[in-house]
Design a protein around this ligand. Structure first.
Ligand SMILES: C[S@@+](CC[C@H](N)C(=O)[O-])C[C@H]1O[C@@H](n2cnc3c(N)ncnc32)[C@H](O)[C@@H]1O
Length: 324
């Protein structure tokens, strides 16, 4: 039997499919627009994500994309913009009504976009906890604002399922709320609030630990931004709770012997008198040139206690270029 909150989640999204609820989950960050991409209004109204999972850099060479938890279909359309092949984007959702709404929106998108065929997207009924897909068949797997709803046991299963279906070096791109404060049990166990992506958030380090324990060898935190405040006036909490949302990419790279490479937007700059500094572990820093480094390397370099080496704090804005 499935947990109550899983059933409550299905009910909430059945309602959200029937009457779009603007502001349910989504942030006000601008929606990706690309040349010749027209996103139907209903898709925008049904944006139930909390960031974006679409990054052109991940989408070269016409990848096969999996998108779990389809909502109104907006990100599936944005992914299809890059993959442009029949069934290039596979959507999975457990709620019939959501699948129907997404398919209607996709049919409307076909009318509004000359380059787009609705055959580019194939939505199947299925569960994030048991994906109806073969092992190692997907280049890019995405989920936006679904996995935060899951409790620990289900979150582990959902992440393992994504890992299973990804090809070697495939990418799992996700956007979810996170929270560094303790969210009390009353809030955590409120099925409706959890389903609405408000009270399932966990701290970033816990989230990253769960991803790396599944086996993903490289993690990139690409963005972090304010998401919600659960105020003590409106919610059963003694203190206001500040929630942020993050965009993460987990890469199915082999796990390095000394642990995962987690990029949180840290940079090293060597500003000494030599032309470069070589740490002997594969990091060559040209004089006064920034080098993106993972947390592991940041910690190793800090331990060298070099007075001519600057190491930044995490910016939580990593956009590639790191060497590990
Ligand atoms: C918060 S909405 C996010 C929708 C979409 N990702 C977006 O950004 O607009 C969660 C979505 O996950 C779907 N969903 C809920 N539980 C699911 C499950 N166990 N397996 C697959 N999809 C699920 C809901 O029907 C809904 O479409």
């Amino acid at each position: 039997m499935q947990a109550d909150y899983i059933e409550a989640t299905k009910d909430l999204y059945k309602e959200a499919a029937a009457s779009p609820e603007i502001g349910l989950c989504c942030t006000t960050n601008p929606i990706w627009q690309f040349p010749d991409l027209n996103i139907p209004k209903k898709m925008i109204d049904m944006n139930y994500g909390c960031g974006t999972t679409v990054n052109p850099r991940d989408l070269i060479n016409n990848p096969t994309v999996l998108y779990v938890g389809v909502g109104g279909g907006m990100e599936l359309l944005q992914f299809a913009y890059f993959s442009r092949k029949n069934s290039g984007v596979i959507g999975i959702d457990i709620v019939d009504e959501m699948i129907e709404s997404a398919n209607n929106n996709i049919a409307e998108a076909e009318i509004q976009n000359k380059w787009f065929s609705k055959n580019f997207i194939d939505i199947k009924k299925g569960d994030a906890l048991s994906l109806p897909l073969a092992d190692s068949t997907i280049d890019v797997a995405a989920q936006n604002c679904l996995f935060n709803i899951f409790k620990t046991k289900e979150l582990e299963i959902a992440l393992s399922e994504m890992y299973r279906v990804l090809k070697k070096n495939g990418k799992l791109v996700m956007s979810d709320p996170v929270c560094e404060q303790q969210i009390n049990r009353t809030l955590k166990n409120d099925n409706r609030l959890r389903a609405a992506c408000l009270t399932g958030a966990i701290p970033i380090n816990e989230y990253i630990k769960m991803i790396t324990e599944i086996g993903f060898g490289t993690i990139e935190i690409r963005a972090k931004r304010p998401y919600r405040v659960l105020s003590k006036n409106r919610y059963p909490t003694k203190e206001n709770i500040f929630i942020e949302s993050i965009e993460v990419c987990a890469i199915k790279d082999p796990m390095p012997k000394d642990g995962p490479c987690v990029f949180t937007g840290r940079t090293a700059i060597y500003y000494g008198d030599q032309n470069y500094f070589d740490d002997g572990k594969g990091h060559v820093m040209l004089q006064n040139q920034p080098l993106s480094i993972c947390d592991k390397t940041a910690s190793n370099l800090t331990n060298l206690k070099k007075s001519d080496l600057f190491i930044s704090e995490p910016t939580f804005f990593y956009d590639g270029g790191g060497c590990c």
